[in-house]
Design a protein around this ligand. Structure first.
Ligand SMILES: Cc1cc2nc3c(=O)[nH]c(=O)nc-3n(C[C@H](O)[C@H](O)[C@H](O)COP(=O)(O)O)c2cc1C
Length: 225
């Protein structure tokens, strides 16, 4: 099996890394993870666009298998649309009280993603040998997948982006809630989500108007073995 040309990639990655090295002060990551909670009600205030854009950057940089980034995120801010979505969300009021509602959609169209990825790598100066290696590897991994397997794969990748969203929100001083309690077909209809995208998870963001419940977690010994 051909070896990954690491030496060629280092330059490409280090450029990005240096650009972001000075960012991200504030809370320690552990503190963010411990204090974030699934907010049940927001106070309706709008988040500053600059903060929202910072969160989008944190989400955008989420890892994914072979960097396919198989997700698209619909951003809903219109109050009337949010009201329409509430019944399709088991009447959960996070959807209407949040500032922005992020609808994480899985994207199983791997052929288009691969083309985009390839073009982007070329534009970013990734050497041809590395590009060919990566593209070959992705085709090898995904080429024989059924449509169902692709969707399942895309959905599981999407949860990493969602993880960035919930912890990222806290790091920027606001709140969020990961939500799976909604009707994807109704969301597709109301938001006119184009195929083959599949709404998979919601993440309303804003300022909390509730208090966190006590953290209930299994003991370390029950998890790690
Ligand atoms: C896949 C998934 C689906 C969830 N769906 C909902 C939901 O529909 N509504 C809600 O209020 N919380 C939802 N949650 C939040 C969980 O209930 C919450 O994360 C869990 O109870 C732990 O609480 P904490 O996040 O406040 O620590 C969901 C979480 C996950 C990961």
């Amino acid at each position: 099996m051909p070896q990954f040309p690491f030496n060629q990639c280092y330059k490409y990655h280090s450029r990005t890394r240096d650009a972001y090295r000075s960012a991200g002060d504030g809370m320690e990551f552990k503190e963010i993870v411990m204090s974030r909670y699934a907010t049940k009600k927001f106070d309706g205030r709008k988040l500053p666009e600059q903060k929202v854009n910072e969160l989008f950057e944190i989400i955008r940089f989420a890892p994914s298998a072979v960097n396919l980034q198989p997700w698209k995120i619909k951003v809903v801010t219109d109050q009337k649309v949010k009201e329409q979505l509430k019944p399709a969300t088991n009447d959960q009021e996070q959807v209407t009280t949040c500032s922005h509602l992020l609808v994480f959609c899985a994207n199983p169209d791997f052929d288009s993603l691969l083309k985009k990825d390839e073009a982007l790598m070329k534009k970013s100066g990734v050497p041809e040998e590395t590009r060919n290696f990566i593209i070959g590897m992705i085709k090898g991994m995904t080429g024989k997948m059924t449509a169902e397997q692709k969707l399942c794969w895309a959905k599981s990748q999407l949860f990493l982006a969602l993880g960035n969203a919930v912890n990222g929100a806290k790091s920027l001083g606001f709140d969020s809630c990961p939500m799976g309690g909604f009707n994807p077909d109704e969301y597709t209809r109301i938001l006119k989500i184009p195929p083959p995208l599949v709404p998979t998870m919601l993440c309303p963001i804003g300022y909390a108007a509730d208090k966190p419940m006590p953290k209930v977690r299994f003991a370390k010994e029950e998890i790690f073995f």
